[in-house]
Write a protein that binds this ligand. Structure first.
Ligand code: ZN
Length: 163
């Protein structure tokens, strides 16, 4: 079990509070389907702040790595997690009413008992690539001869069927 942190999000923003810690990838259940192996640790810092217009926000800074599965060769690949996201604290009733297309910021419902680890997991999930791949030419040669045509989708399909 991991120690979970709960914050009063609005109060946290108004006070300009800061919270940081480490979270193991293995403790992120919603990520597991995407992973080649549950390795890795993500260091997080959550800061409360107020925007120019005084709107309360949380800034979530993440630095770590996880192991995804390359969609070309199906081998594991290290994927760095380095991102900083700002989340606008919005009353729950307004979350759907004003989709903020033009204002770059994502919104999160104001919560007196916000689960910090849950927010971190969500942010990582939202930013993972849909089809992660090794850089061109860096795929692992597969044991079953798929390497000759690693970019051929039919070869990848044939490889999938063998599993
Ligand atoms: Zn690959």
């Amino acid at each position: 079990m991991i120690a979970r942190h709960f914050i009063d999000s609005l109060d946290f923003a108004h006070k300009g509070a800061e919270l940081s810690g480490d979270m193991a990838v293995v403790d992120m259940p919603r990520l597991q389907d995407m992973l080649a192996a549950p390795d890795g640790v993500v260091r997080y810092t959550v800061r409360g702040l107020q925007g120019k217009d005084g709107k309360p926000m949380l800034e979530v800074e993440l630095d770590g790595a996880c192991r995804l599965r390359c969609q070309r060769c199906l081998e594991a690949m290290d994927y760095p997690i380095r991102q900083t996201t700002r989340l606008l604290l919005t009353p729950e009733s307004e979350l759907d009413a004003f989709p903020d297309d033009e204002n770059e910021l994502d919104s999160i419902a104001i919560d007196k008992h916000l689960d910090v680890e849950d927010v971190i997991e969500q942010e990582i999930l939202l930013n993972l690539p849909f089809a992660p791949k090794h850089p061109e030419g860096k795929c692992q040669p597969a044991a079953e001869g798929m390497n000759r045509s690693a970019d051929n989708p039919f070869a990848v399909l044939a490889g999938l069927k063998k599993k």
